[in-house]
Design a protein around this ligand. Structure first.
Ligand code: BES
Ligand code: MN
Ligand code: MN
Length: 454
């Protein structure tokens, strides 16, 4: 093992330079204009897997964006780990708020800045490099490895879900290893054992058939923006409880044990508020901030499009308005069931003066994994060795749609060994990845391969 770690240390700069090339490809999955970049990026991943020494590496076409697969299955009688990551990234807007162009990676204070740096190119790349270190240095791996790196995570992973359905044998494994979550704090080895799910809706409210002069019509006709604002407001009461009927029916109760374990993390509301520059935190009454972030469901309006938004004033009574509304879900809520309840309720609170159309954009189910599985124990040991510190267990508020699918359809435990930080601006301008964590992630991955092989 010592020689593997030394090899990883020696190659630090090479890893960073290769990651830069990865980050230069604008593989934005929700934008059809970037289709060619997505393909280029899948090819890039393929080349990296081949160079790492994996076998049967291929780019697999799907209805959506391609998947990249690779394997090394020569460790007879040893367990198999399936390593998952995503090469697609979020859009870059608002572009004017980036200090450097999002696809021209740059290093500042030991952090690499680019779209996808922490979510998830940097993190997915760590595993390719740890496997490569073993294969280059010793010609073999301590266990069997399969890679699946996809290009649709940020848009709901629907092609991968279908691929799993059709390729259960190919993907068969003893555990799934994923780095697409966060460390609790800088330098703290962390495993995430729960993620929230998501239901993402778009609500369109239409009033008059065209925009109207607000002097000639205002007062006589319902304004769709006013109406929609009122409807959104009705979705939550003054205690931060969501008012959709049946919404909380399946929410798992927080156990005393978990409540205690969250308390031990000594989360500072003050520090958190300061980081995002707000005077106070807010949310559902009766729960701590970590509880609200990790084990309670939420409802948020992500954006409203409609009416006059140009400079200066224009008096207009708009015809149409749209809102993007998402709900974060927790065990045992079901994304399809929640979407249905939302649609029914939002339609029921709309006045006759407007028409309402609702689309279910995408979703993900929530997940929790057991902390007693061999894979989790191996991952804890691995991270503790790499960091030289004691592991911390957390749940998180984000979603990785394929996690509950892997758990259910491959019947395998999922290990969430994230090396990102919630402060690394994922999905927002100036995304970056701490390069110490990048290097520690490669080592954690290498130690995991060794530990899980036992
Ligand atoms: N890697 C994130 C999820 C994440 C981030 C989990 C930080 C834990 C901590 C993932 O790429 C992501 O952004 N997921 C989306 C869901 C998707 C369906 C758009 C999300 O959570 O909004
Ligand atoms: Mn991600
Ligand atoms: Mn993301």
């Amino acid at each position: 093992m010592k020689q593997i770690i030394e090899y990883i240390d020696k190659n630090k700069n090479n890893y960073i330079n290769e990651l830069k090339e990865f980050l230069k490809i604008p593989s934005i999955s929700n934008d059809p204009n970037h289709k060619a970049d997505i393909i280029k990026c899948a090819q890039f991943v393929k080349t990296k897997l081949v160079n790492a020494g994996l076998n049967k590496v291929k780019v697999i076409k799907t209805k959506g964006h391609p998947l990249v697969y690779g394997e090394w299955l020569k460790a007879n009688g040893k367990p198999t780990v399936l390593i998952y990551g995503h090469y697609d990234v979020q859009p870059v807007d608002p572009i004017e708020l980036w200090d450097n162009p999002p696809f021209e990676p740059i290093i500042k204070s030991n952090k690499i800045f680019a779209r996808g740096a922490t979510d998830d190119k940097g993190q997915a790349f760590m595993h390719i490099k740890s496997v490569e270190a073993f294969l280059k240095k010793t010609g073999k791996l301590p266990l069997n490895v399969k890679f699946i790196i996809e290009g649709e995570e940020e848009v709901g992973s629907s092609s991968l879900e279908q691929f799993i359905d059709e390729n259960k044998k190919l993907l068969e494994c003893d555990a799934v290893l994923i780095s697409d979550t966060s460390l609790y704090d800088v330098g703290t080895p962390t495993l995430t054992y729960g993620l929230r799910g998501l239901a993402y809706m778009e609500v369109e409210v239409t009033g008059p058939k065209k925009d109207l002069h607000s002097g000639g019509f205002g007062g006589a006709v319902a304004n769709p923006i006013n109406i929609l604002a009122g409807m959104i407001n009705k979705l939550m009461d003054k205690n931060g409880k969501i008012t959709i009927p049946t919404f909380y029916d399946d929410v798992a109760k927080l156990t005393k044990k978990e409540r205690e374990s969250f308390k031990k993390l000594k989360f500072s509301d003050k520090k958190f508020a300061k980081e995002i520059n707000v005077a106070e935190l807010k949310g559902e009454k009766g729960f701590s901030t970590l509880e609200r972030l990790w084990v309670r469901p939420t409802l948020d309006c992500n954006g409203i499009i409609g009416g006059f938004t140009g400079d200066g004033a224009k008096t207009v009574l708009p015809s149409k308005v749209k809102a993007k509304i998402s709900m974060r879900l927790v065990p045992n809520q079901d994304t399809k069931k929640i979407a249905k309840a939302f649609i029914k309720y939002i339609k029921s609170i709309a006045p006759k003066s407007v028409k309402v159309k609702v689309s279910d954009l995408h979703g993900a189910n929530p997940s929790v994994t057991s902390l007693d599985d061999k894979s989790t124990i191996a991952a804890s040991k691995a991270m503790e060795k790499a960091f030289g510190k004691k592991i911390v267990y957390v749940r998180e508020g984000g979603s990785v749609p394929i996690v509950p699918v892997f758990a259910k359809k491959l019947n395998a435990p999922v290990v969430l060994m994230g090396l990102g930080l919630n402060t690394e601006n994922l999905h927002s301008p100036n995304e970056h990845f701490n390069l110490d964590h990048f290097q520690l992630g490669i080592k954690s991955s290498a130690y995991f391969l060794e530990e899980f092989a036992k």
